[in-house]
Ligand binder design. Structure first.
Ligand SMILES: [Zn+2]
Length: 129
């Protein structure tokens, strides 16, 4: 099942987890410091997730620039929405910026353009009948 969290929060969580993974791997390398190549290998392996996490943090910074800030109707705090549908950063209230999807059952599929279009088309068809 998909975890109900704000996307930016989740991405940051992954980046942080990677920093810790890198640290743990490097720390394990200390046990093998007598064997130079093995020690080096652990440091190198620990370094990879750290570099990745830096890239992720950087990427979050870029995507944050095109994120829309709205006031959450539930907890009344400003929260950032990434994509068409997202959860509130604070209270996990499902939010949408798409008028066509308002009041519909929450689904992260709506962030995919063709799935969203298909859904809206089907909805319109039902309304016409
Ligand atoms: Zn909220």
């Amino acid at each position: 099942m998909e975890r109900k969290t704000n996307k930016i929060k989740r991405i940051r969580g992954y980046a942080l987890a990677m920093v810790f993974a890198g640290l743990i791997i490097m720390y394990l390398g200390v046990f093998f410091r007598e064997i130079t190549w093995l020690f080096g290998l652990f440091i190198l392996l620990g370094f990879i997730p750290m570099v990745l996490s830096v890239i992720i943090y950087f990427w979050v910074g870029i995507i944050s620039a095109r994120v829309i800030t709205v006031e959450c109707p539930n907890c009344e705090r400003p929260t950032r929405i990434l994509g068409r549908v997202d959860y509130c950063y604070f209270c996990k209230e499902p939010l949408t910026i798409d008028k066509e999807l308002e009041g519909e059952e929450f689904n992260l599929d709506y962030n995919v353009q063709h799935r969203r279009d298909k859904f809206v088309a089907e909805k319109k068809q039902k309304e016409d009948q």
